[in-house]
Design a protein around this ligand. Structure first.
Ligand code: F6P
Length: 255
């Protein structure tokens, strides 16, 4: 693209880091809205960046989505001295099985020859059933592991697209729509200013838990996600490493 020729990718990365207040930005060429291989490149870049962070014992909390699924596909066996445990970042968010954090955590463990834990929290239950569910010792154990995570790898999505993909009940779609949500991550929906307009009730990592976590890596690309990325970065307390593509970066730099 023209902007890349004018600026160079490293200049774009610095600009993006400053605009979004990131710890670091990594940009891969292309537009993942248009070519599926760009999503694989995002996955590859994210997998490489993750591996660089690992030392000793690591608990890695992962979210769902097709982008993070690509990260899982691109991981390779951990090297000596890297101990890895993958856990889902949060309980059920309404995704189908391919896009679920549980599935992706298992796949990441498989690719790295490491371990994983799953969290089966039903999406739609009464408050009472939910509360008793949380008392289950097996579930409590996974919670406590999630709370000890030193790395989080997560996706970011367009708000309305995510609300629909999750088959969100109409009354909640209405709240998301009327709140002018543009972005979604971790089950939180954000407007342009980074304000939370709706949140899926589930357990695990909450937005405020991100701040002390050593490595928070977000992976999201495509022109269509520029607004979502910008809204989330205004909202998050984390100092984030963003892996994105050129198309999203150009939109974000244009502002
Ligand atoms: O539902 C999990 C999730 O990570 C969302 O938080 C995010 O909006 C979405 O998946 C991204 O999905 P995809 O990578 O398929 O665009």
């Amino acid at each position: 693209g023209i902007m890349r020729e004018v600026m160079g990718i490293d200049i774009m990365e610095k600009k993006l880091r400053d605009i979004l207040n990131l710890k670091e930005a990594v940009i891969v060429p292309g537009n993942s809205d248009e070519s599926p291989w760009v999503k694989s490149e995002l996955g590859k870049a994210a997998a490489a960046r993750m591996k660089r962070e690992w030392q000793g014992e690591n608990i890695i909390a992962v979210t769902g989505g097709s982008t993070i699924a690509e990260v899982a596909n691109m991981l390779t066996p951990a090297t000596n001295g890297q101990n890895l445990l993958f856990v889902p970042a949060r309980g059920g968010l309404g995704e189908n099985v391919h896009n679920q954090a549980n599935t992706i955590a298992a796949q990441m463990a498989h690719k790295t020859n490491a371990s994983y834990k799953v969290l089966y929290v039903p999406d739609q239950v009464s408050d009472e059933a939910y509360q008793s569910f949380l008392k289950d010792p097996g579930i409590k154990e996974v919670f406590s592991l999630i709370k000890q995570a030193n790395m989080v790898i997560h996706g970011i999505g367009d708000a309305m697209k995510m609300a629909e993909r999750r088959k969100t009940p109409l009354e909640n779609i209405k709240i998301i729509e009327e709140g002018h949500a543009v972005g979604e991550a971790f089950g939180y929906y954000f407007n342009e200013n980074g304000e939370i307009v709706y949140k899926v009730r589930t357990v695990g990592i909450q937005l405020n838990d991100l701040k002390p976590i050593q490595s928070v890596i977000a992976v999201a690309g495509g022109t269509s996600k520029a607004k979502a990325i910008s809204s989330y970065m205004k909202a998050t307390p984390a100092s984030t490493i963003l892996i994105t593509d050129e198309a999203a970066a150009i939109e974000l730099i244009k502002g």
